[in-house]
Design a protein around this ligand. Structure first.
Ligand SMILES: NCc1[nH]cc(CCC(=O)O)c1CC(=O)O
Length: 308
């Protein structure tokens, strides 16, 4: 390669770790030296805005827009994202079809004194910025209070340490990548605390017409993760790409078969609808989209009223 391939990423420690993982896999797959790649950290509006829920300021695009602008302007060649933060609709000329092997999808509870959500005293405060996590907490324990906890993983752990909340929820995947999984006091079963669509998966976006970059990336794509993400993102798109509703969804790939479970909740956790479906991996997109349409029909439009 003549010039280094520019790998765009957010500047948080987790994002940088994920960019380094993508670089490592590319180096190994192609026998290239580290100098064949340049990691380019960029600040996104999602990183800058810390005082409001992302659902109010524009949802998922906030972590990806600056990276996508940089891709289109050719300041970077590929962008490494947490799939969970990616919008379902991409700008024209870009594609996000490469996924690295998925980490653990589960959420964890991190308590100051209590070890688990069930252990928290009446009326305790849990910090989270995620509509899904807030709704799932209130579903289990309507007595608990949730407060907005924004910022990267280390910021949230610092806020917890300062006593701003009695506990918080984070993705096990992020903690593992930062070698911080020991801070978790409870790993939550998917059945009662289902993960966000895309959780635990690293996605790579590129220009659709960049044949050289796309050929390099094709070699590190993990097919099972790709099928799972196709299904989960189709489910999300069928319900709401904008990130203003509490939505959970997770597909498990087993050989040529895929099993998907999805859930939508009222923000206060007072009502929810679940779906479980399966089918061949080749139908991943259709399975996700139909699950979204089905849960929407079952819940009725009233369920979604006022969610923008
Ligand atoms: N919204 C922030 C974000 N995006 C991805 C992860 C974790 C890593 C992953 O799910 O791949 C996190 C932090 C968290 O939810 O704990």
């Amino acid at each position: 390669m003549q010039t280094a391939l520019k790998i765009g990423t957010r500047g948080s420690e987790l994002a940088l770790t994920q960019a380094r993982e993508a670089r490592q896999r590319l180096m190994q797959a192609h026998g290239l030296p580290e100098t064949a790649f340049e990691i380019v950290p960029l600040t996104t509006s999602g990183d800058r805005i810390q005082d409001r829920p992302l659902s109010e300021v524009g949802g998922k695009g906030l972590f990806t827009k600056e990276l996508e602008d940089a891709l289109l302007d050719r300041r970077i060649d590929i962008a490494v994202h947490s799939s969970k933060d990616m919008a379902t609709v991409l700008p024209k000329g870009l594609q996000a079809s490469i996924f690295l092997p998925r980490e653990d999808v589960r959420d964890v509870f991190i308590g100051r004194d209590a070890r688990s959500i069930a252990d928290l005293p009446q009326g305790a405060v849990v910090g989270s910025a995620s509509l899904r996590r807030q709704a799932l907490i209130r579903r289990m324990r309507p007595d608990l209070k949730t407060i907005l906890f924004r910022g990267n993983v280390n910021t949230r752990l610092r806020k917890l340490g300062e006593g701003l909340a009695d506990g918080t929820i984070l993705a096990l995947a992020g903690l593992k990548r930062l070698q911080l999984e020991h801070v978790a006091t409870d790993i939550m079963a998917e059945d009662f605390f289902p993960p966000a669509p895309g959780q635990g998966a690293i996605g790579i976006e590129s220009r659709s017409d960049d044949d050289a970059a796309n050929a390099l990336l094709a070699v590190i794509h993990d097919k099972p993760t790709g099928y799972a993400l196709t299904c989960e993102r189709a489910f999300l798109a069928a319900l709401d790409g904008s990130c203003r509703m509490p939505i959970a969804g997770h597909a498990v790939v087993d050989g040529t078969q895929l099993r998907f479970k999805g859930m939508v909740l009222q923000p206060d956790g007072s009502a929810w609808h679940e779906i479980a479906v399966q089918g061949p991996v080749a139908d991943a997109a259709r399975i996700g989209a139909e699950a979204g349409a089905e849960i929407r029909a079952e819940a009725g439009e009233k369920f979604f009223e006022g969610w923008g």
